[in-house]
Structure formats: C-alpha cells, structure tokens
Design a protein around this ligand. Sequence first.
Ligand code: AQP
Length: 323
Amino acid sequence: MKTVFSGIQPTGKVHLGNFLGAIKNWVYLSEQDNKNFFCVVDLHSITTHPDPQELNSNIGNTLKLLIAAGINLENSIIYAQSKVPQHAYLSWILSSFSQVGELQRMTQYKEKADTLGSHAGIFTYPVLMASDILIHKANEVPVGDDQTQHLELTRNIAERFNNNYGEIFPLPAKSSGKSGARLMSLKHPDKKMSKSSDDINGTIYFDDDKDTIMKKFKSSVTDSSDNIQYDLIEKKGISNLIDIYASINDVSHEEVEKTFKNSQYGEFKMAVGESVSEYLTPINLKFIELEKENISEIINSNLQEAQSSAESTVQEVNNILGL
Ligand code: AQP
C-alpha cells in the first residue's frame, strides 16, 4: 500500500485552482488503496507573517473544507502541521543533510526572497517540506510542476541520510495520479489564480454563489476571435477556461474543442460557469453544514493518528542517531 502526503497552506480562502490542481485529486486518491496524509501546512505560512486571527480561522476552515470536499477519512488523515511538532523536529535533523548551495538554487526561494525579504524561514522552507514528506515515510507526493525541484531536494536529503545511517526513508516520487490543471486568474490569464492575491474578480472562491460565479466567468478576459481553441501562447484566457471545463468534467482539451466548436465565447463562458457552480455548490453546502456541527472528535482522532505516525519515525531516527 502506498503512503501519500500532500499539503495546502492556510494563506487565504481556498479557490478553484486549489481544488482542480490538488484537492480533487486528493479526493480521488482517498478512494484508492492508499494511506493518505493531507496536511494544512500552517508552519510554512508563517514565512509571510500572517495576522494571527486570520491564520487561525484559515486553518480551521481549510480542515473543514477538506472534509466537505469528500476526502475519504477511512484511509486518509487530515491535520494541521503545527499540532504535530515532530515535523519541525525532523526538519532540524534533516537540515544537517541539506546543502546551502542546493537551497540557494531553489527557484521559489529566489522568487520569494524578492517579495518577502530574505529571512531564513524562506531559505530553509524546503527542508521543512522534506520533513513533512519523510515524517510519514511517504512514497508518493501529488504536487504541481512548480514543486518538482522541492521534491528532488527531498529525495537528495533522504538519500544522504540513508547513505549515512541505513535505509530509513523511502525516496518519494511525484504522484502519478490524475494531474490537475494550473488555473490562471480569470482577469489576468498570465497570472496564477492564488489565495493571497487581491484579484477578487479573477478568482473563484469555494463559497462564491452561482450568481457570483456566472458574473466572474461572463467578465473573464479572453481575446477578440470567437474560436474555442486551446493555445497557451495566443489564447491564454480561453485556454484557461478550456482547462477548467476539461478538469471538472474529466475530458480532454480536444473533447472540449469538439463539443463547443459551433459555440461563441459567451455561450462557452456560461457552460464553464455552470460546470463550476455544479462542482462547488455541494462542497459549499457541506461546508456550511459542518460549520454547525461539532467536528472536534474527527479532528482530534485524525490528529492522534498523525502524531502517532510521526512519533514512530522520530523514535526510529533518534535511535539510529544515538539521541
Ligand atoms: N492556480 C492554481 N492552479 C492549480 N493548482 C493550484 N494550486 C495552487 N494554486 C493553483 C495547488 O494547490 C495546492 C495547495 O497550494 P498551497 O496552498 O500549498 O500553495 P500555493 O501553490 O502557493 O497556492 P496559492 O493558492 O497560490 O496560495 P498563495 O497565494 O498563498 O501562494 C498545491 O498543490 C498547489 O499546486
């Protein structure tokens, strides 16, 4: 049985990109014969110095949303990273198996250092990410292409540890599960749809009602032709809409082009909006229902399982290191 790990940062309100790029696949993986750890990686979001109240509310909402999305909790554990301090503990140990040069080469470090200032948290962030994966000895990690470099680093760190102390950590691979689309803003199709941006009209949030969703799609930026064709260079806006429709309906770009070959942009935009609303509305309704319920028992039992899995790895590592 495979062990799968993946995470989401509580940096804001969860959006359609998070669903189609990650959570939809997590739901799929939770229906397979895997052991899954889906983690709200709140320690990572400290790098942006968030408002404490906002952070706290985002952590709770994100956990609730993972349940509302339909992740099967029979074989999946959802929890907040900071409640399992073993993540940070292992991260310290792994930092002695990480090289400064390779951390300096991380593209996201270079990008984030430009915007957030170069504090050490941004620099050592990939080591914590390696720890997130290795603490549960995950062998599969469903992540987007932007995380490939971090996953390679995780493998390097694990290999170095293993070379010194024996085969403790499996070398994790990128998930071969259904890959999700990389959604762009509806208003700025050259920018990624993102939790922490203030691009409200370009972003579809999980709790947008049908009216709002339809309005956002109606005013989405496309191009002056009326040709529904996937072309990431010349037609970024319409390609983004094709991606969204294809991902929600589990069809290929070609099938979308074929289905809508006689439609105009206006018609297609409404069809995409309808699909999105049909996909998000039940999740939002379930989320509202969960808000009224006391789910602390679910959260606590998941947390205990996560702590016990992490503690068993820490014990093994401590014994091997002579700690
Ligand atoms: N636009 C997107 N399209 C497809 N997938 C996306 N993901 C994020 N944005 C898109 C995927 O969602 C998962 C969780 O992301 P994250 O919270 O770890 O961080 P992120 O990638 O930085 O997400 P955001 O929403 O853009 O947040 P901020 O604004 O905080 O940076 C990941 O699997 C990610 O690929």
